[in-house]
Design a protein around this ligand. Sequence first.
Ligand code: ADP
Length: 403
Amino acid sequence: MASVNILLVDDNQENLLALEALLESPDHKLITARSGEAALRCLLDQDFAVILLDVRMPTMDGFETATLIRGRERSRHTPIIFLTGFESNTVNLFKGYSLGAVDYLVKPVVPEVLKAKVAVFVELFRKNQDLQHQLERIRELKQDVKVHKRINEERRILLAREQAARAEAEQAVRQRDEFLSVAAHELKTPVTSLRGFAQTILRQMNRTNSIDPERVKHALEAIDQQSNKLSLLVSQLLDISRIEAGQLRLDKQPTDVTGLVRNIADIMRPGMTLHTFRLNTPDSISTLADPLRLEQVVTNLIDNAIKYSPDGGPVQIDIWLDEEDLACIAVTDCGIGVPVEHRDHIFDRFYRAHAASHFGGMGLGLHISKQIVQLHDGILEAEFPLEGGSRFIIRLPHLEEDQ
Ligand code: ADP
């Protein structure tokens, strides 16, 4: 336990010695001062349970000393017992009390009375010290609780983050596994078909030792179609791995989108049976684009327009400059559209909004197209007209003629 100090102030050395002899105890430490100034110095860096202060001292008397003691923050509440001679009158007594004295003892003091009073203040000081320690401990505990709560909260957040990251990783693994089986299935379909046509021709040749030109022509056309499909699927796989590695590069050059779209339509038109093109295009609109990649995107949108309107119908292509001076290409079909709940996801990797068994596809075309358009600083968006069907719009920065 910290020691308890008592300050004895008297200009008379004998009085001090007498007080010391009287109050000597292992319970507390006695500090003496021969003047008010010396007492104030002691009070600068020490706390006292009680001060016994002689009233009559030269230069600075007890009252003056008490006033200065009370004036300091550290000693504002330290109890003071004035020691005074017989000559003290009632006025002095009141003065002492008004300066904050807690008691008054007339010299020569009765030893038991002085000891008893000092013991009370020592006890009070100890109790006060205990109280301070307890308050300090409570403050520490409160702080501990706060720290504990904060640590728990941080732990909870970390755990939640870790769980979310794990769920995301598991979802990514599931998606990839699912994609691998879809990709394998999609690749197998044209391969099976290619083998089928090749084997049919071979069997016929083996059986009859001759070939029927009509059947061979039909088989070769089918082989051509299926190998195209196969090559498209393989290209998509290559593109997606390039995109994910951030290695899809563009060879940009001034490109007339009208010419590019008309060309695509001319190439695709002969192969269309159920569908027709409707083109609404200006003479020319230039952009800075990689023509092969832009062709890939437009072809993909037209392929989808045809694939997802199985009953046939028009495929409308519009080209125009919008109010923000963006070169726009829209491909609109009158097909099955996309159910509302799937619309937000159709540009996601591997996402298919319709049963694959009906339409095939790996759910990569729109995702790749969107990345390509974005690499051109453009936007690819979808709209679903109330009357049905789908409309996909590519918006690209317009290249002015003199640029
Ligand atoms: P896929 O190879 O499966 O067609 P895409 O990435 O091109 O993949 O398209 C993603 C999905 O968006 C398709 O599976 C299909 O459900 C839907 N979709 C794309 N284009 C159209 C369209 N023109 N009409 C209706 N649905 C479409």
